[in-house]
Design a protein around this ligand. Structure first.
Ligand SMILES: C[S@@+](CC[C@H](N)C(=O)[O-])C[C@H]1O[C@@H](n2cnc3c(N)ncnc32)[C@H](O)[C@@H]1O
Length: 297
């Protein structure tokens, strides 16, 4: 007895993806069809996606700030909300800034800022060798990628010279990692997600060391959740940086910016960045009330 598989169509793929829980099944089906080299490849891609692999890992790229960032199994997928952090960084950057992308993952933030701010120097670093491999690919010709714990692998010559320090650190509280969608929980490295007990362990370590690396007037920018914002702001301000919180309702994004004062009186070296579209600065950070939208959300 012979059997022949029926050809995959856009509607049959969408139906399979929808049954697997993909909310944007039609859009994803169209992307997979356009990315597949042949019917066998398409069938494999649909199978991987239906099994819960992140769409971006199946496609081999993620769209971020208008760029295609190469990603695959083993690396964190850059999130749309993090585009807000990059836009804030571009607004804060002086001409030809010295930029560091700490906890760089795929290198998406550094690549995006490079396209907006033409850095004089760009360095990225990550503790995970897999992330470093992806970042080297995405930042080829744009900057140097270093492997190691936080600031440890950076050239010492950067101390006191960094104008923009991007740090999208892991910030999911340890107990919440198990609540993330399967794409993150199963297919992204735990080191990319788990921020310790209250989610702020890595952020506190970055904030403690950042003043020694920032130029006068330079800024540290970190993403956090609405629920964590008050404690994240406190952590960023605990070592001499002037902190403020900016939010983007459209992207459900919260960013803490800590600026190194350039005089003993605390006057900033550069004027406070003008608001970027979609951004607002709350007078106070609201008390915790809603569950965070974690990086894996
Ligand atoms: C939330 S992911 C962000 C990746 C990337 N910046 C982005 O937004 O797409 C956090 C990254 O921090 C890295 N990381 C976690 N702990 C680290 C540490 N102690 N030193 C350096 N990198 C670390 C992880 O490997 C992961 O790539």
């Amino acid at each position: 007895m012979s059997s022949s598989a029926s050809p995959l169509t856009a509607s049959s793929i969408a139906a399979r993806l929808r049954a697997a829980g993909c909310v944007f099944a039609e859009d994803e089906a169209a992307l997979l069809i356009s990315a597949a080299a042949d019917p066998g490849g398409l069938a494999a891609m649909v199978g991987h996606r239906a099994d819960g692999l992140p769409l971006e890992h199946v496609l081999g790229w993620a769209e971020f700030c208008g760029l295609r960032i190469a990603v695959g199994p083993g690396v964190f997928v850059p999130r749309r909300r993090t585009e807000f952090l990059v836009r804030q960084a571009a607004a804060a950057a002086p001409v030809r800034p010295v930029v560091v992308d700490l906890c760089c993952g795929s290198g998406a933030l550094g690549a995006a800022l490079a396209s907006l701010a033409d850095p004089a120097e760009l360095h990225a670093a990550d503790v995970d060798p897999a992330a470093v491999r992806w970042a080297r690919r995405n930042l080829s010709g744009l900057g140097q990628v270093h492997e190691g714990d936080l600031f440890t692998p950076l050239p010492r010559s950067l101390r006191g010279r960094v104008d923009v320090l991007l740090a999208n650190v892991p910030y999911v509280p340890s107990d919440d990692v198990g609540l993330l969608p399967v794409e993150a929980r199963v297919h992204e490295p735990r080191v990319a997600l788990d921020g310790g007990g209250d989610g702020l362990d890595v952020l506190r370590r970055v904030a403690a060391e950042a003043p020694g690396w920032l130029a006068p007037g330079g800024s540290l920018l970190v993403e956090t959740s609405e629920r964590q914002a008050a404690r994240a702001e406190e952590a960023v301000g605990a070592h001499g940086l002037e902190p403020r919180v900016v939010v983007c309702d459209e992207l459900y994004a919260t960013v803490v910016i800590g600026t190194r004062p350039c005089t003993p009186t605390g006057a900033p070296a550069v004027p406070a960045p003008s608001p970027v579209p979609g951004a607002s600065t709350p007078p106070t950070v609201p008390a915790p009330s809603v569950a965070p939208a974690p990086p894996g959300g």
